[in-house]
Design a protein around this ligand. Structure first.
Ligand SMILES: Cc1cc2nc3c(=O)[nH]c(=O)nc-3n(C[C@H](O)[C@H](O)[C@H](O)COP(=O)(O)O)c2cc1C
Length: 203
């Protein structure tokens, strides 16, 4: 390999897309795409821009649903990519974003009631985590809310679950990947970890 020194403006090397549903101050619902979401045991750490409506909501109303769309749903995600639930739109976003309160309708997605938290789930997303923020702080530069959300309930469509178990079938499930601001699905499986819970071959 010949490595170049580059100065990319973004460092999004490819992470799953989540749609976060949260509750607005007036009781309506916000929905926003986020790719800064990763799990530590039963906690999902979220990185949420401070000027967005999602950060405002999470600081006052900690309930959240972390919905994971599949690759085929990338256009629904992109339909709300240029929207914010914040009114007025923050100044730095005004050139490229517009305010929209009805994000579910704008995306063409369907809200369905959660079991344990206030915001609804996205019916079309095969995997949904009901969660509540237990800790939140600003990042060192003050631009992002780093929120730790404890997952209270996991919903998985039966097509991605190994029958009769609590295991997601990695061969059946694919996240939607945000790769330097382009959308991808997963390619063919390369192999499995020695810690897999769903081994393909028996020793
Ligand atoms: C695929 C995708 C991933 C994104 N990931 C993040 C993220 O991890 N954190 C973040 O603050 N914004 C992220 N954004 C941008 C927000 O979705 C955007 O700022 C949006 O306006 C926030 O909506 P809200 O103001 O209603 O919360 C992402 C956008 C897209 C399309």
């Amino acid at each position: 390999m010949t490595h170049l020194t580059i100065e990319p403006s973004i460092l999004y090397v490819g992470t799953p897309v989540a749609l976060l549903s949260t509750v607005n101050e007036d009781g309506t619902v916000n929905l926003a795409p986020m790719s800064s979401a990763w799990a530590l045991g039963d906690v999902v750490v979220l990185g949420v821009g401070m000027t967005g409506q999602t950060a405002i909501n999470l600081r006052s109303r900690p309930d959240v649903v972390i919905n994971f769309p599949s690759p085929s749903q990338w256009e629904a995600v992109e339909r709300i990519a240029g929207l914010t639930g914040r009114d007025p739109v923050p100044e730095h976003k005004q050139a490229r974003f517009r305010f929209e309160r009805e994000k579910f309708a704008a995306a063409g997605l369907t809200p369905v009631a959660s079991k344990l938290v206030a915001p609804p789930r996205v019916a079309e997303c095969p995997i949904q985590f009901e969660a509540t923020v237990t800790q939140a702080e600003l990042d060192a530069k003050g631009n992002f809310l780093i929120a730790q959300a404890e997952v209270l309930r996991v919903h998985a469509d039966e097509t991605v679950v190994v029958p009769g178990t609590s295991h997601v079938d990695p061969a059946a499930w694919s996240p939607l990947i945000y790769n330097f601001r382009h959308y991808f699905g997963l390619a063919e499986e390369l192999g499995e970890s020695f810690r897999t819970e769903t081994p393909r071959k028996r020793a």
